[in-house]
Design a protein around this ligand. Sequence first.
Ligand code: SF4
Length: 761
Amino acid sequence: MIVCLLRLVVRTSGFHPDNSSSILLGDDEKRCSPWVSIFFALFIEVGMDEGNEIPKNELAFSQIDRDAAAEFISAGGALDKLSEQFEERPVQIELLKSITDAFNQKLLGVYEAGTGVGKSYAYLIPSVLWAVTNKQRVIISTGTINLQQQLCEKDIPAVEKIIGKKIKFTLMKGRQNYICKRRLMETSSVLDLFEDETEEIKKIADWEETTPTGSKSEMPFMPSENAWTKVNSESDACMGKRCPFFNECYVMKVRKEAATSNLIVVNHHLLFADIESRMTGAGYEDASVLPPYRHIIFDEAHGIENAATSFFSESVNRFKINKLVYQMYRKRKGSEYGQLCSIAVFSKNEEKLQEAAELTNKIRTCLLNVEIAAKDLLLHDYTKRLYEASAREFGPFLVSVGALAESLGEFTGLARLIMEGVSDSDKDMPAFWEAKIILGRLENYVILLKNFPKWDEKRQNVYWIQKKRLPPDMIKQENDPEYVILTETPLDISTLMNNGVFEEMDSVICTSATLRTGRDFRYWCGRTGVSYAEPSRVLCKAFDSPFPYHTNMLFAVPNDAPLPDRPEFQQWIEMAIPRLITAAQGRTLILFTSYESLKSAHQTTICMLKGFSGLIMKQGDDDNSRLLEKFKNDKASVLFATDSFWQGVDIPGESLSQVIIVKLPFTVPNDPVFVARSEAIEKRGGNSFMELSVPEAVIKFRQGIGRLIRRSDDKGVVTVLDRRLYEKRYGINFITSLPDCKKSYDSLDDTCDKIKQFIFN
Ligand code: SF4
């Protein structure tokens, strides 16, 4: 117990200077107050056992025999004996050997492995061998749920068979993805209070009776956010060992399993939550969000920078604050409601509640002032960044933000005082736990709001505001159809990644089909912090796809397209796209960089292709996964898409025979974080266009192209309507990133003929 308490002291002493700590756990909530951290640190001790044992003497680690590991996937090896379709892939064997070396020599391995290399076996086999031999845990972090499922349902069980050993692995999600039995019971007992969600909560309760996992992703229906957030697991509201449901708790079960697992599969977001808690006090030796580990595999590593940027960003708007304050305290027609009122009667500071009404009114006025000042500042713009040149303009807005931070801070202080006045024996009441969740979130918002006026001292972050339109159902209730979001985003995540991940881990493997720009890894290594590591510790290698691109892929650019900055460009693409679709008989995915352009082109195509046999769909018509299902099932169908469809879409076979890329995917120049990052490059004498804009666009461009060939017998065309590829000097960076394939640079007429010939001959 003393050791345990000492650990608590250590863990809770290194919190953020602003007095918040970051434990984690959900995909939405990232930080919570220190007292909750203390509690959390107590309950994470659960489940620790010999599975966490890490040999103290480094010499105790046994090296993995790279040739013996490679045997498993070589001709005559275990995989050959198990699979009738086995074909030896020399690139896969080379990749596996190199990853084994990275484990043995404690390296940072950066591997670009093209589609079809078979990278999951190439990293899973050394990971399992290392984990089993050395009793060390390996974390596998991915960017998408699809890949996590593929690993847990298909690849890891297959590797168990290949190696002939049972291993323990766990798929861990953020705790907010699991139901909390205690909150569900308490919410169900006061259903009358939640008129809007009553039916949904009943449905959730019925489902909970039969679910073995308690995981939201396994629900046969999608609950609304309002209903789910009333019953999901939250670190701030978790009673840990004192909870009556502790032994049956879904979150605890997963944690216990993870504590004795060799492999843990997570998403990048959850891993960053763990890293953050370790960097801010939890250290690397004990359990935090995840059990301790010394080895990480980042799959889909091209997304690390975006995932980390998103995780370490913090945003707030008036709805978020209003909702939380309202849940905590509200006064209507002389009566008082909210969690704080339920708590106050048990508090020795009950009389403080009298101040709540005035404070909540003050917060509402301050929120209004912030909104007015922000809209005055934005005028016709949608985003604006706070920096030297705009600081004077931001003056009145910052004053209003400072006032909001102060009034909200007074309110959280009051809530804390009332809660601290409750004796320990009364703290188990539901209202107390719910209030802790709310208080934790409000305190985070106070920190964010206080940071805005101090932007000048916090140059490691970008501070910016954004105007957004309300969803149609909310516009009716509000006078103003627009609202404002305040965001703090890290300018650069490379130092953080280097300090928190690369320096701390024994080995880190980063792999993806697209890490290089042109022929080198410098851009990706620089953005993610790998470049800070000792060069002798870094191993960068590329393993080309074994698929026959030279015979199966045509890369076509119509040479009579106007340049994209010409006013006639949109009209031209709206004429060209229907012709290209007809040439390929549908089967086309069209990737846009602008939703406005997408909508207009989709409308025109529907008009021009009247009588076309396939579906002509656009992103936004339906849920993305259902759109993809329809696209796969209807061979002639066409899908107009943007953003998320540039990557991760896997449609093997004839349903996808053409990918049209409308414009090179440069980030829009008014993205405030992108502009701030560009300026930082210029300040140190670099060329932001060549060092940031082009390489970032090349990686996205390669992701888009990668949608086409998913199997060795896939065949098709990538048609790019952006002539800058051949007309501008920087175009060479895109061209040299292409796989070795057939190329065409002809008129639209000839391009259409070539497409027909190529696909159907
Ligand atoms: S242990 Fe925590 S998460 Fe689990 S049911 Fe109890 S309160 Fe909910």
